[in-house]
Every structure is written in structure tokens, then in C-alpha cells.
Design a protein around this ligand. Structure first.
Ligand code: NAI
Ligand code: MG
Length: 359
């Protein structure tokens, strides 16, 4: 079958890594031709992003969501450029898609690859492997609040930024996390909050967690405050399997996780609409990296790992596994970009990944 994918490279290294991911996926599809499990990808690329904004005053077309809604998936690069305020670019494109398409589950594996030194003591220990499950539709990124513009510029302005927690929103992300834990060797879910200081929404979160956990007696649980959890990521990572957290907390923890695994450039993510009413979106965790953009230095592995998550979503787990094996073979062979201590370019790594598909 043919999968229709909307590619949105957007800004900076987003463009370089999306091109790399497309090349690797096309090589996979090419390889399947003539076999009885033949599949193909039909790509459409959208020019949205900061440059588009500077030209048109919009981060994406007015009817952009309509243009996207019938695709099988969205393959996203990264949005943001120094010429446009970050809250405008992020809300105008990435968060707009996530929220409008109800991509409420953001899955971010923290994966340790062979041949890459981790700042963790247990460097190169490929046994370390956990997943951050991020509530992706509400919490601290609900967009609720405002600024008291009447006081602006007089030193007395007040701004309010509220977090939204609903029972339905908490329950669905927790069930998602527990179901995921059941597919893993270690059946454990760690719930993260700051419910000692944030006494409404996060206490609701804790209550729902206890209730949902009762339905999964075969899954081990713990509740950890976010500050303690960030220490645990560094000091006792072998104790983690599935970590479920609110939008902001999981955002921060997943960057920490990918840095511990060796680089932000390695981390993959999936923004899922589990009901499949809307397309899901697959993107590397990192941003547009203006400091290295356009120089062939971007690590494509986060984007390629995200493509593997997309293949899983398409019901092609064998192909996803093949892609992940190719990633491991490439890092194990020492073909690494600068962020992980190598000298290879984005293109070198992409080529090595394609060659490794056959290994
Ligand atoms: P960033 O993730 O772009 O960069 C942080 C550091 O990681 C930089 O030193 C960068 O060179 C490095 N890095 C990132 N991706 C890399 C890759 N593939 N290979 C090698 N090194 C890599 O985060 P930063 O600098 O905070 O944000 C830059 C822009 O990206 C901002 O406009 C921000 O709003 C946006 N952003 C967008 C995201 C998205 O679209 N999902 C996520 C995070 C940030
Ligand atoms: Mg982030």
C-alpha cells in the first residue's frame, strides 16, 4: 500500500534532517518493490515555517489543517528562527497541529546507542532504555492566561499563565502509559508531578494515577516529584521504564534524557492521536539549531528514529526494527556527526544508514 505523508521541514536543521529521513524511507520502500509486502510513500512537502511567515505573515496557510487532515501522517522537522519570536512560530505551526489534531500522546524514547559515549556513568550500556510519555494536549501548555497590557511599560505589568488538568486528559495519557508498559520487558510506570507545590491540577493527576494503576495490578508504579526525577534520570536510570508526565515536565525531562543518551540530535518522538481520527506527527525532539543550520552538521538520527516510530504507526513493525538496526549499525561503526564526537556530515550518516539497511 501507499502511505501519504505530509512533510513539513520548517526551519534550520529541520530541513536537513527531514531530507535525510525521506531519503532513508524512500530507500526502504524501494527495497520492498516486487515483494509481497510491497509499500510506498507518496510525499507532499509544505513550505511552512519562519521564512513563510516573513513572506506572508502566517506560519501556515489559513486552511492548512484542512490540507493536512487526510494524510496518513505528518513528518515534521523543527520550527523556530531568531527573526520570529519563538512563541509565535511554535504556536503558529507545531502546537497548532498538535492541538487541532488532538495528538494527546507524545512518545519520546530515551535510547542508548552503541558507539556513543554517554555522560552517564553507565556509558555504552545498551541495557539503559526508557520512554517518556508526555501529556501533549493540556497541562502547562494549554495556552490559558494573558498579559495585563494596560500596565505595560510602566513596570507594573502582571501576566497569568494557567495550567489545565482534566480528569479525561489525565486518565487517557495514563492508560496509554500503562498499556505501553505492558509491551516492555520491565512493566513499570513512573508518574511525575510537582504536586507538593502545585496543589490543584497535579493533585488531580496523582488521584487519577492511583485509580488507573488499580486496573493494572501487573504493572509496578511509583510517583516521583519532578525535581527528584531529574536527579533519578542521572543517578538511577536503570530503575526507569515508562515515565509519564505533564506537558512541561515531560518536555524538560525528555531533553535531559536525550542529552544523557549522548545528544539532543539522537532523540525521536511521535505525537499520536491514538484514536486515529486525525493524522499523527513524527519529529525529532530537537529544535531548529540555528547555531549549526545549513552546514551539514546536523545529526539525522533523531529524525530517522522518528521515521521508525512512523513505520510502527503504519503497522510495519518489521520495517521499523530494520531502521533501528541500521541506526545501531551506523553508530557502532563510528559514523558519527560532530555532536556525538565524530566528523561525519549529515549526508555521510544518511548514506551509511541507507547502506546499513541491507546488513
Ligand atoms: P535546539 O534543539 O535547536 O538546539 C539545542 C542545541 O542542540 C544546539 O547546540 C544545537 O546545535 C544542538 N542540536 C539540536 N539538534 C541537533 C542535531 N540534529 N544535530 C546536532 N546538534 C543538534 O534548541 P534551541 O537552541 O533552544 O532552539 C532553537 C530554535 O528551535 C528555537 O526557535 C526554538 O523555539 C525551536 N525549537 C523547536 C522545537 C520543535 O520544533 N519541536 C523544539 C525545540 C526548540
Ligand atoms: Mg523540548
Amino acid at each position: 500500500r501507499t502511505f501519504r505523508i505530509a512533510a513539513i521541514p520548517a526551519d534550520g536543521v529541520g530541513r536537513e534532517v527531514v531530507a535525510a529521513g525521506r531519503a532513508v524511507l524512500d530507500a526502504l520502500a524501494e527495497d520492498s518493490r516486487g515483494s509481497d509486502t510491497e509499500f510506498a510513500f507518496a510525499w507532499e512537502e509544505f513550505p511552512w515555517g519562519c521564512e513563510y511567515y516573513e513572506r506572508t505573515g502566517k506560519m501556515m496557510d489559513e486552511d492548512g489543517l484542512d490540507q493536512l487532515k487526510d494524510f496518513d501522517a505528518i513528518y515534521f522537522g523543527a520550527v523556530g528562527w531568531p527573526t520570529v519570536p519563538d512563541h509565535i512560530s511554535l504556536w503558529g505551526l507545531r502546537l497548532k497541529i498538535c492541538q487541532s489534531f488532538d495528538q494527546w500522546a507524545n512518545v519520546r524514547p530515551v535510547h542508548f546507542l552503541p558507539g556513543i559515549t554517554s555522560p552517564l556513568r553507565k556509558a555504552d550500556d545498551t541495557e539503559l532504555d526508557w520512554v517518556v510519555v508526555r501529556e501533549n494536549s493540556e497541562g502547562e501548555y494549554a495556552g490559558l492566561g494573558g498579559r495585563n497590557l494596560s500596565g505595560r511599560g510602566q513596570g507594573g505589568e502582571v501576566a497569568l499563565q494557567s495550567a489545565l488538568f482534566t480528569e479525561v486528559g489525565c486518565e487517557r495519557i495514563m492508560r496509554f502509559a500503562f498499556d505501553l508498559a505492558r509491551t516492555r520487558t520491565r512493566r513499570k510506570v513512573s508518574s511525575v508531578t510537582k504536586s507538593n507545590a502545585q496543589q490543584y491540577g497535579m493533585v488531580l493527576w496523582d488521584d487519577v494515577f492511583k485509580r488507573v494503576a488499580a486496573d493494572y495490578p501487573d504493572v509496578e508504579t511509583e510517583s516521583v516529584l519532578v525535581d527528584a526525577m531529574s536527579a533519578k534520570f542521572v543517578l538511577r536510570p536503570e530503575d526507569l521504564s515508562v515515565v509519564v508526565a505533564s506537558n512541561l515536565n515531560a518536555d524538560i525531562l525528555s531533553d535531559l534524557g536525550s542529552a544523557l543518551a549522548g545528544s539532543l540530535g539522537l532523540a525521536a518522538s511521535a505525537n499520536l492521536n491514538p484514536e486515529r481520527r486525525f493524522p499523527s506527527m513524527f519529529e525529532p525532539v530537537h529544535g531548529s539549531a540555528p547555531d549549526i543550520a545549513g552546514q551539514g552538521l546536523a545529526n539525522p538520527i533523531g529524525a530517522v528514529g522518528s521515521a521508525a516510530l512512523m513505520l510502527d504507526h503504519f503497522g510495519l513493525p518489521g520495517q521499523a526494527a530494520r531502521l533501528n538496526k541500521a541506526i545501531e549499525a551506523t553508530t557502532a561503526a563510528g559514523i558519527l556527526t560532530r555532536d556525538v564526537g565524530g566528523t561525519a556530515t549529515t549526508e555521510d550518516v544518511t548514506k551509511a544508514l541507507i547502506d546499513a539497511l541491507d546488513a
